[in-house]
Every structure is written in C-alpha cells, then in structure tokens.
Ligand binder design. Sequence first.
Ligand code: SF4
Ligand code: SF4
Length: 426
Amino acid sequence: MRTEFSLEQLADPDIAEIDSILRKCVHCGFCTATCPTYRLTGDELDGPRGRIYLMKEMFEADRPADDVARDHLDRCLGCLSCMTTCPSGVDYGRLVEHGKAHVEATAPRALPDRLMRSLLALMLPGRGRFRLAMTLGRLAAPVLRRLPGRLGAMGWLVPAAPAGTMAIRPGTEHGVAGASKGRVALLIGCIQPVLRPSVDAAAVRLLNRHGIEVVVPEAGCCGALPLHMGKVERARATAARLVDALAPGLDGLDAVVVTVSGCGTTVKDYGHLLKDDPVRAAPAARIAALARDVSEVLDGVALQVGDTVKGRAVAYHDACSLRHGQRVTAPKRLLAKAGFTVREPVNPHLCCGSAGTYNMLQPELSAALGKDKAAALAATGAEMIVAGNIGCLTQIAAQGDTPVVHTVELLDWATGGPMPPALQVS
Ligand code: SF4
Ligand code: SF4
C-alpha cells in the first residue's frame, strides 16, 4: 500500500512504525473473509482492510478520529484472526493498537460512553474493586437483565454463583516434595481470582505434582484490559507496577506463567509496551522473554495420567489470544494426552465475542458472536467445553448450558486432582 506521510511525520517513531505496517498491505482482502465483525455486518469498514484504510487516512491527515473511524475501530474485537490469515505479514495488531489509542485520545464520545469506559477502566483491573463490582452486580443482576444494551449485557455476564474465595494468595511459594524440576512465577492477575479461583489452584497443584515449584508474586493486573480500550498510558503504568513487583525475583526462574491467555499476549509484548521506560525497559523485555502460557510449560512435561477421564468428550474453544495472538497449540495436544476425546466446533478461528471489555461495550455484536460460538461448541455433543482464557469462559458460560472449564482444571483432574467445580454442580 502506498502511503503519503511527510518526512516530518515520519520522524515520529510511532508514525514510522504505522507507515511500515501499512506498506506491507497489498489490499488483497483475504483477511476480510475471516473477520468476525465483517461476517456479522457485511460492511467493508467492519473488516480489517476497511479499518486499515480508515487508520491510514486518519494518520496521514494527522487529524482527530472522526465518528466513522471511532465506531468502526470500536467494533474491532482485536481478535487478530486477520493476522493469521494475512499472506503479507501485516501487523494489524500493532496498527490497531495505535488506532485505538488515537481514537481514545482524540475522538468525541457521548458522556454515557465516556463514563462507562472510565468506570470499566477503574473497576476491572483490581482484585478488590472487581470483587466489589461483582458483589454489587449480583445484587443488581435481576434488574439489569431486563434492560437493553450495555447494562443488560453486564447483568447477563455476572455469574450466578458468588465469587469464590481466592485460593492462591499473592506473596506465597508452593514447593515440591521431591527433587525440583523447575521454578516458575505464576501471575494470578485481577479478574480470574475473583471469577474462578479454582483455575490458579488447579495450576499450582498441577505444576507441583509434576515437580515444578511455583512462586506467586505480589502483583496485580498486567495492563491488558486498559490496553484493549486504547488507554495506553494507563496500561503502561499498570504494566510498570507488575514489572516492579516481578523484577527482583527473576533470577532462577524458568518461566513467568500466565493462565489467562489474554493477559499472556500482553505480557509477552512487554518489551514493546515499556520500550521507552528508561528504568523498566530491560526487566520488561526479560519478563516478556520468560512469559509462557501455562500450557506451553506443561507441554514439556511427562503428564502423570490416570484413567479418571479416559474417553470423556470435551469441546475445545481456541481463545483468539492463544490461537492468533500467541500461536500456541499445546492445549489440544495436552488434553488428548490426558485421555480426553477432543472435539472442535465449526469455524474454530472465530472469536466468541468476549475480547476484554468488548462484551460490555459492544453488547449486540458480542452476544451474536457468543451465541454462535456456544451453539457451535454444544453441537459437537461434548459433555463440557474447555478454554484457556477467563473472558471466553465467562462469555460462553453466559450464552449456553454446557459446563465450561479451564484447560488446567481438566489436566489437574486427569492427573489426580479434584473434578473441576463447574462439573460438580452440573
Ligand atoms: S482483529 Fe478481529 S475483528 Fe478486528 S479486524 Fe481483525 S479479524 Fe476483524
Ligand atoms: S490479508 Fe493482509 S495484505 Fe491482504 S488486505 Fe488484509 S491485511 Fe492487507
């Protein structure tokens, strides 16, 4: 794609990066066919190629984002399915990160929209605040669910069961009885310990059972949620806090393990996110290099599999952040090794509509994607659905009746741990 940035514009490293990404695009439109939002609306501007043109015009003209660019970029899930499809290696993810940040900084928004975004950015990335929001949300859910739009969507996303007690505490160490085969830091994050404390508990048991020591740092949100909303400075500040918490303990670690794949994608990109931070650039790059989805660590381990789950059918939902963001393929392999019969839904590349805060900010599109995904997974006939991202687990559980569990909960069960709580109540 030909671009028309001035030399002065290109002196800005961000514009230089945008320019080099745009130049790789050959307008072929292959990406459009695999874009979930284009499939729903049929509008070229709701597909990657259309959004690329919108961003090109916006940045070349060096102008604030207008309503059209804002709305079509807001509707982008950030699922990165387009990057997997693109034959020219266009880094749409980085481009849309710049685009969303520009929208956030310059586009006009109605007051309710601004308030909603500020509220989400304040409440979500903190365990205490999020727990409070869930408690209030559960009380309000019966009323919220009668309302249309964003408030109604929030009502449906609040799980019926109360938030569990945090099973794995920050600042703890979980050693192994025999010889250690490795030592990892486990990032427990902000949302998952409140919505599904059973996941990190299963991860610690599973890693310990296979000889891997686990340290749980005093660290909170990784910055993925504010980044998703285009709040880049807030994301950097949040990531900086996590780097400060982790950096002193990096020596002797084999990996920094993440059990939420949406967070893992962000942590693996810390080297870029904090590249201009004079104090944190080096430790951030080190953390990014050590970051692994929990399934990647387990892929190198001989699983101690029993007969408990032999032949039980699971439908595997490939979270976009694993499939497109990190290109991690280990979970299906591990589940099969553990004895499960793994089934896949039709169109496994399509997003479930969770996408960070998307399910609250774009409720209609998100619900349509969530219903399609839940139906496709249920159509496999499997008795349970498995995924590696808390956003997907919550979204799919809200749209269907089949129990939904995390990959590590199943692997823990298959190797001697308890049956996951979501299966015990079904
Ligand atoms: S990130 Fe997903 S929703 Fe956005 S343009 Fe790419 S495929 Fe479409
Ligand atoms: S597939 Fe790649 S090169 Fe083709 S239009 Fe999409 S982003 Fe551009």
